[in-house]
Design a protein around this ligand. Structure first.
Ligand SMILES: [Zn+2]
Length: 336
C-alpha cells in the first residue's frame, strides 16, 4: 500500500503533485498550536524537507492544542523543535527533518528562509511575523501567515512580487496590548486546527504551483459565530517592505529581553554566536538551587523563578513578565 494513496487520488495532486511535494523544502517557524498542526500535515503529506524552528520547551498547558506533544515530552522538558522532530520522524521516515532550537530573529532569519520553497508562520507574535515578512520578501520566498485567538483566526498567503505582503495588510507592528492574545482571551483548540489547515492547504497550492486556487486574500473564520469570509487585501503603495524594499525589521537589533505571550515568562537573548557550556553551568548553579539538565537545555530554580538555559546562551525565565527583573536574574546567574 502506498502511504499517499488517498492523497494521490485527489485529482489536483495526483502522482505528479506528489512528486512535487516530495521535492519541496519548507521552513516552519514556531511549533506551538498552529505549528504543531502545520508540521504534522506537511510531514504526513510527504513534503520532502521540513526545517522545524522553535525557541520554547513543552509544558503541560500546551497539550490542549499542541497536537505533536504528550506528557512524556513535558516530563522530559524537551524543546518543542526536538519533540516535534522525534514525533514526526516516527510518523513519516521519508521526510528529512532539521531541528532548530532557536529564537528566529533578524540575526538568523535569512539563513532559515532563503534555501526553502515556502515558509509557514506558526509564531505567536507580530514582531517575528514582520521579521519573517521582510526576509521572505527580500529573498522572494512565499510565506503563509496564520493567527488564532479565542474561536477566531485568520490566514493569508504572501507571494512576494505578485501580491500584498504582511506590511500591506497591517502597516506596522501593532502596539502592545492593542489586540487580544491567547493570554487574555484563551483559544479554542478547534479554531487552531481550522486555521492551521487553511494555512497548510494554501501551502500545498503554492508548492504545487496552483496559484489560481489560492484564497486570494485574508481568510477569516470564527467558529463560535459561524462566520467565514475572504477579505481582499490591496497592495499598499506606501509599504516599506514590498514597495520601497526597505527591510527595517532585519536591521532592528534584538531587544535582548521579550515577554512571552501567555507564559508569565521572559526570553533573554545573547548576542549572535554566543554559546554556553551547559555542563559547566550546571556545576556552577547546583549549589544555589535545584538544577536539571537534558541534551538540549538546563533548568534551575533561582530567586523564585525557573531559569531555562539553552546552549546558545539564550534563557527563558519563568515566574515574571518583567523584562528588567528577568535581565537581572540572567546577569546574576548566567552573566552580563
Ligand atoms: Zn507590502
Amino acid at each position: 500500500m502506498d502511504r499517499y494513496a488517498k492523497q494521490v487520488l485527489f485529482a489536483p495532486i495526483g502522482k505528479e503533485g506528489q512528486k512535487r511535494l516530495a521535492a519541496a523544502r519548507v521552513t516552519v517557524v514556531g511549533l506551538g498550536a498552529l505549528g504543531s498542526v502545520l508540521a504534522s500535515h506537511l510531514a504526513r503529506a510527504g513534503v520532502g524537507f521540513l526545517r522545524l524552528c522553535d525557541r520554547d520547551f513543552v509544558e503541560l498547558d500546551n497539550l490542549h492544542r499542541q497536537v505533536l506533544f504528550d506528557e512524556d515530552d513535558v516530563r522530559s522538558g524537551l524543546p518543542k523543535a526536538a519533540a516535534a522532530a522525534a514525533k514526526l520522524a516516527r510518523t513519516n521516515s521519508e521526510v528529512r527533518l532539521e531541528t532548530r532550537v532557536c529564537d528566529v530573529g533578524p540575526a538568523n532569519v535569512e539563513d532559515l528562509v532563503r534555501d526553502v520553497d515556502l515558509v509557514l508562520d506558526g509564531t505567536d507574535n507580530f514582531e517575528t511575523r514582520f521579521v519573517l515578512n521582510d526576509a521572505c520578501v527580500k529573498h522572494g520566498r512565499p510565506w503563509v501567515y496564520g493567527g488564532c485567538v479565542g474561536s477566531y483566526g485568520m490566514a493569508m498567503t504572501v507571494l512576494p512580487g505578485e501580491g500584498p505582503c504582511f506590511g500591506c495588510l497591517l502597516g506596522g507592528v501593532p502596539s502592545p496590548g492593542s489586540s487580544p492574545t491567547c493570554d487574555t482571551a484563551g483559544v479554542l483548540n478547534t479554531a487552531v486546527a481550522v486555521v492551521a489547515s487553511l494555512q497548510a492547504t494554501e501551502a500545498f497550492k503554492v508548492l504545487l504551483g496552483r496559484h489560481d486556487a489560492l484564497a486570494g486574500g485574508l481568510q477569516t473564520v470564527d467558529l463560535w459565530t459561524n462566520a467565514f469570509q475572504i477579505v481582499k487585501v490591496p497592495r499598499s503603495p506606501q509599504c516599506d517592505t514590498c514597495g520601497a524594499r526597505r527591510f527595517r525589521h532585519l536591521e532592528a537589533a534584538s531587544t535582548g529581553a521579550v515577554t512571552l505571550c501567555g507564559r508569565n515568562a521572559v526570553q533573554v537573548t545573547a548576542p549572535p554566536g554566543a554559546t554556553i557550556d551547559l555542563a559547566e553551568a550546571e556545576r556552577r548553579l547546583a549549589p544555589l538551587g535545584p538544577v536539571r539538565r537534558n541534551a538540549f537545555l538546563l533548568k534551575a530554580t533561582l530567586d523564585g523563578c525557573e531559569l531555562t538555559l539553552f546552549p546558545d546562551a539564550r534563557a527563558i525565565i519563568q515566574g515574571t513578565d518583567d523584562p528588567a527583573r528577568a535581565r537581572s536574574i540572567y546577569a546574576k546567574y548566567v552573566g552580563a
